[in-house]
Design a binder for this molecule. Structure first.
Ligand SMILES: [Zn+2]
Length: 213
């Protein structure tokens, strides 16, 4: 997937390419750029992205393969990188539930999987933390009408979530996982729902962080 050199076995990129990936090291930095993005919007314990996302990069090619070419192996490779980064990081210690940001049901059906779930499965493999997929649901336009209350005023279609199984997340230290953070609005909307579970604490980890907004 990287420089095109032949590699042995089932590796995704060669060692050289792996070392050259744009790691942020955000997980070690309190008040990093991802956390700042959520300031005043969402009470989080910690947040980080593993890589910087830039257009035309090798990482963008990998994400494209994961999201549009059905290449789940790339997702497992990238998810392992995410896990390894937070493994020895104090600020991400004590996580006991991995929650992938839900896709619209129609999009997940078309793609065959949720790429955030693939990332979570790889993280789960490394860190031995369960993935909890069915607690929060992303609503389609029709369903949104059903759940809408007078106080709820949603600004756009991206940000509609519903905590369906709060009991699954009660008193959990949740890590919400997504592929790329841009504005953070979708994660914010989902995070607000997750925090409705009694005693829940929230941290956020994304594979990549888009700097050029
Ligand atoms: Zn290479």
């Amino acid at each position: 997937m990287g420089c095109g050199n032949d590699i042995a076995g089932e590796q995704i990129v060669c060692m050289q390419c792996e070392l050259q990936m744009p790691f942020t090291n955000f997980c070690l930095q309190q008040d990093n750029a991802v956390e700042k993005r959520f300031w005043g919007r969402l009470p989080i314990h910690a947040a980080a992205s593993t890589f910087y996302f830039t257009k035309g990069s090798q990482l963008q090619n990998m994400l494209h393969a994961l999201k549009y070419k059905g290449n789940k192996e790339i997702g497992y490779f990238l998810g392992r990188q995410m896990a390894v980064q937070i493994k020895d990081c104090d600020r991400f210690r004590g996580i006991d539930a991995l929650v992938p940001l839900p896709l619209f049901a129609s999009r997940e059906k078309k793609r065959g999987y949720n790429q955030a779930t693939v990332l979570c499965e790889a993280i789960s493999d490394v860190l031995q933390i369960p993935v909890i997929e069915n607690a929060v649901k992303r609503l389609s336009a029709t369903e949104t009408q059903t759940h809408k209350s007078r106080e709820e005023r949603w600004e756009n279609m991206e940000g509609k979530f519903f905590l369906e199984e709060a009991a699954l997340l009660m008193h959990k230290n949740i890590l919400l996982v997504d592929d790329v953070i841009t504005t953070g609005a979708t994660l914010e909307a989902c995070g607000i729902e997750l925090l409705k579970a009694e005693g829940a604490q929230l941290s956020i980890l994304s594979l990549a962080f888009a700097v050029d907004e």
